[in-house]
Design a protein around this ligand. Structure first.
Ligand SMILES: CC(C)(COP(=O)(O)OP(=O)(O)OC[C@H]1O[C@@H](n2cnc3c(N)ncnc32)[C@H](O)[C@@H]1OP(=O)(O)O)[C@@H](O)C(=O)NCCC(=O)NCCS
Length: 182
């Protein structure tokens, strides 16, 4: 019986971990949005959001997106659209018991509307369904806006990674959200 239960548990576990993200229409503060998993054809839209929010800089190239989207590690890459236009995205990849947020950006005009927080919460559910203990990310030490959003969601600062950003040698703050209390 135990063996049968274990087998069923493993099969269900695999099913839930590998389940594709169900696209959905959502409301945030009475505004309508549509959320779905990112496909390769979306990369050009992600690059234009990056260009806009990082003043022309591209922290992630097309190749970086391609590598992430085709990774064999469990991952979740989501975009959010308003009236058919992509206005934000998030990426997360699981390393062992940690779900690492690799990238998150919301078009400037739509920032402060709860979209970034919504996307992070979706990753939180993904991390939980993959039995992760933590969610982590790196953020520029100067990016106080983003740090405030993460803190509001329960992330705490952990370590400073000196000269993490090779373009300009800025330090990164590593932030962690603990999913399981001791
Ligand atoms: C950081 C970032 C992803 C956050 O996304 P966002 O959509 O702006 O975040 P939210 O709207 O969820 O939260 C931002 C603020 O809006 C508030 N907010 C949350 N829900 C809201 C809602 N429904 N209506 C209005 N405001 C809301 C939050 O409380 C927060 O308030 P605060 O500024 O007083 O702390 C986004 O600002 C961004 O893309 N920045 C540029 C790129 C970047 O820095 N990326 C992170 C790299 S690590």
């Amino acid at each position: 019986m135990l063996k049968k239960f274990n087998l069923l548990h493993s099969i269900l576990g695999i099913f839930f971990k590998n389940r594709p993200y169900d696209e959905k229409s959502i409301k945030i503060s009475d505004q309508d949005y549509f959320v779905r998993a990112i496909i390769l054809d979306d990369i050009k839209d992600l690059l234009s959001i990056e260009r806009e929010v990082y003043a022309g800089e591209l922290p992630w190239t097309k190749t970086a997106f391609l590598v992430e989207l085709q990774s064999s590690d469990p991952h979740l890459y989501l975009l959010i659209q308003k009236e058919g236009k992509t206005i934000g995205f998030i990426g997360c990849r699981i390393f062992g018991k940690d779900a690492h947020i690799t990238n998150v950006a919301v078009a400037t005009q739509h920032q402060g509307s709860g979209i970034g927080s919504f996307l992070i919460r979706e990753v939180l559910e993904f991390a939980k369904s993959n039995e992760c203990d933590t969610i982590s990310l790196e953020v520029r030490i100067s990016n106080k806006n983003a740090q405030r959003v993460y803190r509001q969601l329960g992330f705490v600062s952990n370590t400073i990674k000196p000269r993490y950003y090779t373009e300009d040698n800025e330090d990164a703050l590593e932030m962690i959200l603990f999913l399981k209390e001791e």
